[in-house]
Design a protein. Structure first.
Length: 238
């Protein structure tokens, strides 16, 4: 009997708490919804519209000739950046006191996961290592694959250095003389594209030093060519 009375009392207390909570929430809503009026003096926005300001400035520059000057300067800077891309960083020119450096790069890749076809069949297994210069490693993966022989010579130079321009010319003549199928690429790490092209013919530029960093080139001129199943990188002294 006492337990039933206690239960009734607890239920009443619970209802009172719920009612109090609802009343409090309702009061808060009413308070936040109340118009509290305006305090302080209000002022209109004095600043001009941004687009109107820009338009007025352009008209002003057009009238005083500064707009034409800005356009001319912009075109000049664009042309300069196209003809002379940003030089590759951390690349030094060879000097007389240097020694010839020889290093090697193996262009192998190891699959990090299985390669599947559309039907879900595994074509190449995780852990498979492929070297595009090694026909045996390719044959293990794809027996019928026909891989062209890599016989290019890559010549990296600083085109602002006259001695390296001469070095590249001599190297080209040597390749043309000794190879029945001469294939080479002149790749700049620095210099004016138009000037270098006039001296060497078709050229390339190592944008952002992607190739130099890949091959570990730190000095130019540098020669990259195939040696067995690796690429041989030579940084000679000129």
């Amino acid at each position: 009997m006492k337990f039933k009375k206690l239960k009734v009392i607890l239920i009443m207390i619970y209802k009172i708490l719920i009612a109090t909570l609802l009343l409090f929430l309702f009061s808060v809503n009413v308070i936040y919804a109340e118009n509290i009026g305006v305090y302080g003096q209000l002022y209109t926005i004095a600043e001009p519209d941004l687009l109107s300001f820009i338009h007025a400035k352009l008209l002003q520059y057009q009238e005083n000739g500064k707009l034409s000057e800005m356009e001319s300067d912009f075109k000049k800077r664009v042309q300069e950046s196209v003809l002379r891309p940003q030089s590759v960083s951390d690349i030094n020119d060879a000097t007389l006191g240097d020694k010839t450096i020889v290093k090697y790069y193996t262009p192998s890749i190891t699959l990090q996961h299985n390669i599947l076809n559309q039907g879900g069949t595994i074509l190449f297994y995780k852990g498979t290592t492929i070297n595009p210069l090694d026909s045996k490693s390719i044959a293990k993966v794809s027996p019928n694959a026909v891989v062209p022989e890599f016989n290019e010579t890559l010549i990296f130079i600083d085109a602002d250095n006259a001695s390296q321009i001469t070095f590249a010319k001599n190297k080209i003549n040597l390749i043309l003389k000794n190879s029945p199928f001469p294939i080479y690429k002149i790749i700049l790490t620095k210099g004016n594209l138009k000037t270098a092209s006039n001296s060497l013919g078709r050229i390339y530029f190592d944008q952002e030093g992607v190739l130099c960093h890949l091959f570990g080139i730190t000095r130019v001129p540098a020669i990259v060519k195939k040696s067995g199943v690796r690429l041989k990188i030579t940084e000679p002294v000129i």
